[in-house]
Write a protein that binds this ligand. Sequence first.
Ligand code: ME8
Length: 502
Amino acid sequence: MPYYVTTPIYYVNAEPHLGHAYTTIGADILARHMRQRGEEVFFLTGTDEHGEPVAQAAERAGVSPRELADRNARRFLDLMPQIDVSNDFFIRTSDERHVARVQEVMQRVHDNGYVYEGTYEGYYCPRCADFKTPSELGPGNACPIHEIVLELVTEQNWFFRLSAFEDALLRLYEERPELVMPDFRRNEALAFIRGGLQDVSLSRPKLKWGVPLPWDPGQVMYVWFDALLNYYTALSFARPGEDLTDRFWPASLHVMAKDILKFHSVYWPALLLAAGLELPERMYVHGFLLMGEKKMSKSLGNVLDPFRVIEQYGSDALRFYCFREVSFGQDGSISPAGFEARYETELANDFGNLASRVLAMVERYRDGVVPAGVEVDPALAGGEGGLGGVEVLVAGLLDRAEISRALDVCWGSVRRLNRYVEERKPWELAKDPGRARDLDAVLYNLAEGLRVVTLLLHAYVPKAADRLLGALAERSRGIAALGSRGGGQRIERIPPLFPKLG
Ligand code: ME8
């Protein structure tokens, strides 16, 4: 089964921040891991360029929406290699191939009878590009996310018959319990649907910056419909001269944070049903990275700049920290002090020192050759953090996008290997020529365990893992079981993987 994973497409009303990097790295970890398992993977990210959020920001900046979009899309594009993201394509919704495909799909929704003309009256947040229901409004009719007071708007526009899909969506959620993960997010989506679905405005009459409705070009499409469809349209033009839609649609997994749960778990499946298209298999809804108590957000101005963090600590450290510090799925606070602590104790000490020690001991005691002809030690394979079957455990968790839990399992193995060094004391065995076979066994098990866990960590910390696997003379980047390589290879010593900060 091919694996097609997506991130949200990000608004270009401002520059990227760590929240965007977080989701993108999460999806990247899954894409990399699936490739390691030999799956055929397509990984999509990109930018959401139409609609009020962008048009209003451009006005404030005194530039055209297209200029602002070009400028900030560039920043998102540049971010990807810096955080070591291996996306197969980067979609921009201002791309005319996307626009044409969106019009085609929406015309089908129209022709299938799910569109009508009417008057919208209610509260609209231009920053969220969201029509708020009364229960979603904060005190004083404010947007609870952006903390701006919303005005009551009345306008003539086109509607999408969302209400027609209430029963179909309830059935869908019944039949496919893993459509929205984790479970508590599925329950939120279900509660929203059970609360009753109102038809939703499908167009914006006053706005110019968007996709014109094919049947009424004087209006542009509500940006969320344009945006959601990116997951589908991208496949038709991501590879020049080739349409990947049949190969990769429906998507295996959409990754996003809880702020856009409603759009993905309610509007999106309804829109696809209305267009007669297949539905994505699953979505994973994660929490917010918080700085102190607040969600990091462009409009609240409390952002941590990923470019600066990478400069200081490297991309691996950022990738590791985000998923280690905050359990994927939950909200969690991050801080510069937290970064430093994890870097020192876990990357530099637990993992970096383990790697240095193992390489150094193989060199010192066996002239750099991993001993061959020895068995896997059951003591290392079993027990807490045991490495036997660790690859199966990690794969099972990543199948359900449990990125932090899978990392916890890997870290359990890193720590188990450190304990194994302390328990077996190779330096004492080395003093006794009668125990040469025991020393062989310990050194083999350490090198083999380090190889297995580094292959698993490759998806998280690709740069460091590549260096270490190079030193371990491991050419494959597949997932491996403890004992699947027999020894005999010549290792090399390398400078510390995660040097101590000065
Ligand atoms: O909503 N913590 O774009 P957006 C964790 N264009 N994740 C965060 C975060 C934080 N503090 N801040 C942002 C949009 N994110 C629409 C999406 S999709 C068809 C259209 C991440 O630029 C997270 O993935 O506001 C969140 O869902 C997304 O950025 C919102 O990005």
